[in-house]
Design a protein. Structure first.
Length: 267
């Protein structure tokens, strides 16, 4: 009985092994097929990738086949590829301040404006006529009473010398201006037939006493011209005097071209 049982056990194991072997072989074959399929797919994908992009790091080849640009079109609104990023509003660049330099007489070391106006074709432009035309213009500009105070020297038909004292008008841009003390200067006009000469000098800025000071402050414009620091603030006084000179010269040019007509008070 024991022998029979052993025989049956061995036979059962043999049958089990016999039946199991095909299954193992089938699984092994399936694994091989799967490996082959995976390798084939890998090489297929690698071949397609190489055909599209080329080898990594290699330079593009130049052939008959044209390459297609895949970048988007450039548009002005910045939506296309390759446009610089809009960084928003930019701060304006700061322009370096240019210092004002008035005309300067290095021999006398003073700020000095000088010029000669000549017109050979002017009718009735003798020295006496030019003198009276100038007096008429100066009276209109300064006022009759002020002009009498300003006169230092008066040689009819030859020259006029004034020591002018008027409010210092400081300009801020093209539309704003304000008074800052008093502007004092010397004006001399010389006359000859068909020509006259103007001279401006001795510019002084006079400021009222401040704090405990008792006397007004007198600052010659040569100081403003030579100051090393803060000239952005002092140039406005030099520019005020420069504007005064230009207005008077233009007024004289216009007035001295017109024939002199005495006023009723000139008798």
């Amino acid at each position: 009985m024991y022998t029979v049982r052993c025989y049956l056990y061995i036979r059962a194991n043999f049958l089990a092994d016999f039946l199991k072997t095909p299954l193992l072989r089938m699984n092994s074959n399936r694994m091989r097929i799967a490996r082959v399929a995976a390798m084939a797919g890998f090489f297929l994908i690698a071949g397609n990738s190489n055909a599209q992009w080329g080898d990594w790091g290699s330079a593009p080849t130049t052939g008959d086949t044209a390459t297609k640009d895949s970048t988007g079109p450039m548009v002005e609104d910045g939506s296309g590829w390759g446009m610089e990023e809009d960084k928003g509003p930019q701060m304006p660049k700061r322009v370096a301040y240019k210092r004002f330099n008035p005309p300067y007489d290095s021999l006398r070391e003073i700020i000095y404006y000088e010029g000669i106006i000549e017109d050979e074709n002017c009718d009735f432009c003798g020295s006496d006529s030019l003198y009276w035309r100038a007096m008429k213009y100066l009276t209109k500009r300064y006022g009759k009473e002020n002009l009498k105070k300003f006169v230092v020297e008066d040689k009819k038909s030859d020259r006029i010398t004034l020591k002018v004292s008027i409010p210092m008008v400081v300009r801020y841009g093209n539309y704003n201006k304000s008074e800052s003390g008093t502007l004092e200067y010397k004006l001399t006009l010389r006359f000859k037939d068909n020509r006259y000469k103007y001279q401006f000098g001795n510019f002084v800025h006079i400021e009222s006493p401040d704090g405990l000071a008792k006397d007004a402050t007198r600052t010659y414009h040569e100081y403003y011209m030579k100051v090393k620091k803060g000239y952005q603030n002092t140039d406005k006084y030099l520019l005020s005097a420069d504007q005064e000179v230009k207005e008077i010269v233009e007024g004289l040019k216009k007035s001295l071209k017109e024939p002199y007509q005495p006023d009723e008070d000139d008798w």
